[in-house]
Design a protein around this ligand. Structure first.
Ligand code: C5P
Length: 211
């Protein structure tokens, strides 16, 4: 059983994907971490995110980097959205993601192009979204919980800029797959969003005779 969860930054897709993986007992891959690792590896090497060859070389990052706390920082996410626009970077990370999806028993993957490019034949696809204001509020709260103060208006602007980059790029832009279910979490609690996600996935699995 393969479940694809796509959506913009801070939409709740990561939390939902982790909950789905627990519910169905399958492993989960946060594919954003791979792009963040490329970004961090490039930044530490003093590379230029606009340079396709330098960004592609950074895809050979060591696995240990995936546990680096700096990956979670907002600046790393913003840089990731720049390096992820290069076709060579996306191609270099593709097999790793498809290999994860193909393991026996299946998997949940979350990202931007999982249902459209990485596993277009996934059994269930969710497109998780929320308004930029709600997403910015969530990010600010999350940062405050970690003792980091953040400016709400600057966060709204950053989220809108990141959406524009992710949706406007030529290579695998963020968009809802034709056969994906839309889940707008703007007015839902985390628990409500998870319950709704499980109901949508169950309905798809039933359709495919997988339940
Ligand atoms: O999901 P997260 O915020 O960690 O992703 C960071 C950036 O990596 C995104 O803004 C996006 O540009 C890129 N990304 C992508 N494709 C994915 C996952 C993330 O292009 N499957």
């Amino acid at each position: 059983m393969i479940i694809a969860v796509d959506g913009p930054a801070a939409s709740g897709k990561g939390t939902i994907a982790r909950a789905l993986a627990r519910h169905y007992g399958v492993p989960h891959l946060d594919t954003g971490l791979l792009y963040r690792a490329v970004a961090l590896s490039l930044a530490r090497a003093g590379g230029d995110p606009a340079d396709a060859a330098e960004a592609e070389a950074a895809t050979a990052f060591p696995d240990a980097l995936l546990a680096d706390p700096e990956l979670r920082e907002e600046a790393t996410g913003a840089l990731a959205s720049r390096v992820s626009a290069h076709g060579g970077v996306r191609a270099a990370l593709m097999e790793r993601q498809r290999g994860f999806a193909a393991q026996p028993g299946g998997a949940v993957l979350d990202g931007r192009d999982i249902g459209t490019v990485i596993v277009p034949d996934a059994d269930a696809k969710l497109y998780v979204t929320a308004s930029p204001q709600v997403r910015a509020d969530r990010r600010v709260r999350e940062m405050e919980q970690h003792g980091i103060s953040a400016d709400r208006e600057a966060m709204v602007a950053e989220i809108i800029a990141r959406d524009a980059r992710d949706m406007g790029r030529d290579n695998a832009p963020l968009m809802q797959a034709d056969d994906a279910d839309l889940l707008d979490t703007s007015n839902l609690t985390i628990e409500q969003a998870i319950q709704r996600a499980i109901a949508l996935v169950d309905a798809r699995l039933e359709c495919h005779g997988k339940m």
